[in-house]
Design a protein around this ligand. Structure first.
Ligand SMILES: [Fe+2]
Length: 338
């Protein structure tokens, strides 16, 4: 197998991301006023009526199309928008603000099989191993993964009392470092890894899938890993045990993903809007402790977006994404029929 370095203009280390001018965008006074107006003008609408027509932000939308869109798919693959003062808005207005801005990035996908397209990330008291637990409704740590969509976004309403560090790593940087240091182990990651169906994805037919962690499709790089569910898959009776070499390759992958050199670690602040490309970045979260008062507990809102300028995906992604063609509507969880 002939391995190749991936375009380094789209990869970054932690230090390079911190210094990159595109990483953090501070909304201008004019754009903040535009958002205020959009919220005011949509006050008669429920969330289901919020779209690009009912939530008009002409100046910011121009910046989204001209700068943020290409940055997410063809550039550094992430973006942190700052400047929103949460205290200016009610909770319902925060939902509209996020949903309205998100509409300019892509189509909001169902994130559970009951069809919800705006997901609350908050501790509901579940233990990680409970049947109803998913990473987003516990306060446990979440290991590195991609969400099952082109672009995922989080809007921070309240941060934790302690902990909850967000981690972001560029998967191209992991790939290229492995190619330099241990090409034989990198080659392993181009082979399929069995991954158990996510617990929340109850409408997916297959109990597990097998797909490579790194792929090239039509000369385009794609990385996908649901790290915890690769480990859990090893307990399934129909799934072969990983080889020593596969374990070794994953151990190097894990170490690089969390390394100080490659991984950017930061705390989301109230008002932050964070976007990630799920084919070129991985994210994770550390455990956290909440305030005892319910109204002060950590709360993020999440969107899973299907975007118009998305890349082609390998055939092995079809069971998860359903469509793999570039720019197709894909990802999220299929709602149940009733
Ligand atoms: Fe995630």
């Amino acid at each position: 197998m002939s391995l190749q370095f991936v375009n380094t203009s789209t990869s970054w280390t932690a230090n390079e991301l911190k210094k990159h001018p595109g990483w953090i965008y501070s909304l201008s006074k004019f754009e903040l006023e535009e958002i205020n107006d959009a919220i005011f003008n949509s006050s008669d609408y429920g969330l289901e009526k919020i779209n690009k027509t009912t939530f008009s932000i002409p100046s910011l939308s121009k910046r989204i199309y001209e700068n943020f869109f290409p940055q997410l798919e063809c550039g550094i693959g992430t973006l942190l928008i700052r400047g929103i003062n949460i205290d200016n808005y009610t909770y319902d207005e925060c939902e509209k603000l996020f949903y309205g801005i998100g509409a300019y990035f892509g189509v909001a996908l169902p994130q559970s099989t009951n069809g919800e397209t705006l997901h609350r990330v908050e501790d509901l008291g579940f233990h990680r191993d409970d049947d109803k637990a998913r990473g987003t409704n516990t306060k446990s740590d979440i290991c590195f993964h991609n969400d099952p969509c082109d672009v995922a976004s989080l809007f921070c309403i309240r941060s934790a009392k302690q902990g909850g560090l967000s981690k972001l790593v560029n998967s191209i940087a992991i790939h290229n470092k492995m190619l330099r240091d241990c090409p034989d182990l990198l080659e392993e990651l181009y082979q399929p890894f069995y991954t158990l169906r996510h617990r929340a994805n109850t409408t997916m037919k297959q109990p597990f899938t097998a797909r490579p962690i790194f792929s090239f499709e039509e000369n385009t790089f794609v990385c996908n890993v649901l790290r915890r569910y690769i480990s859990l898959a090893q307990d399934h009776p129909d799934i072969p045990k990983m080889t020593n070499k596969q374990h070794k390759a994953l151990a190097v992958f894990d170490e690089l993903a969390d390394s100080d050199e490659l991984c950017h670690k930061f705390y989301l602040q109230p008002g932050d809007l964070w976007f990630v490309n799920n084919y070129t970045t991985l994210h994770s979260r550390e455990a956290y402790f909440d305030d005892t008062h319910a109204e002060n507990k950590r709360l993020l809102l999440r969107l899973w977006l299907s975007v118009a300028n998305s890349r082609p995906l390998p055939e092995s992604y079809r069971p998860i994404y359903r469509n793999i063609e570039p720019g197709s509507l894909r990802g999220g969880y299929m709602p149940t029929d009733n």
